[in-house]
Design a protein around this ligand. Structure first.
Ligand SMILES: Cc1ncc(COP(=O)(O)O)c(C=O)c1O
Length: 470
């Protein structure tokens, strides 16, 4: 079955068309927003755009400017904005029934079946899916309950640089201090250990002597991280009871698109097994095709006990959160994890249709190809721009790290983001020091759009660096 239309027919255009942004209508809406909306509003402070409509990898503001969208709703719109194939199904479902709590509907059951079809090998056909509330944070809350319920322990282990959401349990796992300062105390005994990260060099030399993994990948940052995890479980003076679970983003998103070395997830799998703890992969940002596989864990062939999902899984941008877990942990009773919006029929249909669209157009392979092209353009630029100290990522998930005089440079990334916006490309940032340019374009970004977008992004970087050097 072909899910029409093809990807080159679902955008406003192949290139941006902007004039003196922000325009007058945008200014007006921003002003009105500032008067009545919450001080917690954050995104328009970085990109002053007021949105009107969007198609595929393009987005239009209220003044009629068209942008190329390398941001995609912070990783939500994997099959693009307003994908016609997805929306047809969503509209039909909207007319039939929307809110169904957890009564069975064709849409709910089929969506769970389809999630099972695309699940990593160790979970496919042996898993359960739970829907609680319609957000990633809620899925994380569900995973905390699952780990506590199945181990009888309450400690949680996560990583420096991590982001897992903002509800109390999820916030306990999130590492960014800015999100949690002033809101404590959060959950007791939530600990954070280093994530392997090349910009925070680990020990060198014979790392095998202290790496607890049987298959040491010889990476010092990885050995240090695994050693720290193991000590939290097995060290008699580790400071806490053994954690109930390990929460990890297979590729850290907010932390700076940090891709771990080869042995890391496998090492975590071993430590969790040795200590009867659950290994939970947070695939909320990396899932649903973003990295060129359905789930990022598949790059390393490691199966988690549970996997949290949200963002892209509703296909159309309708909110939905879910957790898939191995059936052996389905020990809780009715009400184990619930919420009024425990599933949403149009979002289920959007998710099913998005899976069909991705399969029909081989978008995982496409994301790998176009994403590699994007990173190759940054690597080429790095040869003339020593401020670019690392280019990393997988599929349509790219991070570019910037430094000035050996220090991470937040201001460069801010200036680059602003310049790209003025030239018609929306990009985002990430990182411990906000010094990483983060690109998460939809998987439907065409090669032509990638070329046009990268010409603009690389020219913007050149321009910002030239101003900076003056
Ligand atoms: C890896 C990860 N986990 C959890 C969350 C929280 O999801 P939500 O904002 O839907 O609560 C996010 C959101 O950005 C995320 O990127």
């Amino acid at each position: 079955m072909v899910a029409n239309p093809p990807i080159d027919e679902i955008h406003f255009s192949m290139e941006p068309d902007v004039e003196n942004v922000p325009g007058p209508r945008t200014e007006q809406l921003l002003e009105r927003q500032q008067e009545i909306d919450s001080n917690a509003v954050a995104y328009p402070r970085r990109i002053p755009v007021a949105l009107k409509d969007a198609k595929g990898a393009t987005i239009r503001d209220v003044d009629g400017n068209t942008f190329l969208d390398f941001f995609a709703g912070i990783g939500v719109l994997n099959v693009g904005h307003s994908n016609p194939y997805v929306l047809d199904g969503v509209h039909e479902q909207l007319d039939e029934i929307t809110h169904t709590v957890d009564f069975p509907t064709e849409a709910r059951i089929e969506f769970i079946e389809r999630l099972n079809d695309i699940a990593p090998d160790g979970l496919a056909g042996k898993s359960k899916v739970v829907f609680g509330g319609p957000s990633g944070s809620d899925a994380i809350e569900g995973s905390i309950k699952l780990a506590k319920h199945n181990t009888g322990r309450h400690g949680l282990l996560a990583f420096e640089g991590s982001y897992h959401g903002t509800t109390a349990g999820a916030l306990s796992l999130t590492a960014g201090k800015a999100y949690k300062e002033g809101y404590g105390p959060l959950l007791a005994d939530a600990v954070h250990v280093p994530f392997p990260y090349s910009s925070e060099p680990g020990p060198s030399g014979d790392v095998e002597t202290f790496c607890p993994s049987e298959n040491c990948c010889q990476d010092g940052t990885c050995a240090r991280a695994l050693d720290a995890v193991q000590r939290k479980f097995e060290g008699s003076y580790g400071g806490h009871e053994s954690p109930a679970g390990i929460w990890v983003e297979p590729i850290q998103g907010e932390g700076g698109v940090v891709v771990p070395p080869a042995g890391f997830l496998e090492g975590l799998r071993d430590i969790a097994d040795d200590n009867d703890a659950l290994l939970i992969f947070d695939e909320i940002q990396t899932g649903f095709g973003r990295t060129g596989e359905w789930f990022a864990a598949e790059h390393w062939d490691v199966t988690p006990d549970a996997m949290t999902m949200a963002k892209g899984i509703g296909g159309s941008g309708l909110p939905i959160g879910a957790m898939m877990y191995h059936e052996r942990y389905d020990t809780w009773g009715p009400g184990g994890h619930v919420g009024t919006f425990r599933g949403n029929a149009p979002a289920f249909v959007g998710g099913i249709r998005a899976i069909e669209y991705i399969e029909s157009h081989d978008l995982l392979a496409h994301a790998r190809e176009v994403g590699s092209y994007i990173r190759s353009r940054f690597r080429e630029l790095a040869e003339e721009a020593p401020e670019i100290t690392d280019v990393r990522g997988k599929g349509q998930f790219t991070g570019v790290e910037f430094e000035v005089d050996g220090e991470p440079s937040k201001s460069l990334v801010e200036a680059i983001q602003r310049e790209c916006y003025h030239r018609g490309v929306l990009v985002w940032y990430a990182g411990r020091h906000k010094s990483v340019l983060r690109l998460l374009p939809p998987l439907v970004l065409t090669q032509q759009q990638a070329e046009v977008g990268m010409d603009i992004i690389t020219d913007s970087i050149r321009g910002v660096l030239a101003d900076h050097d003056r």
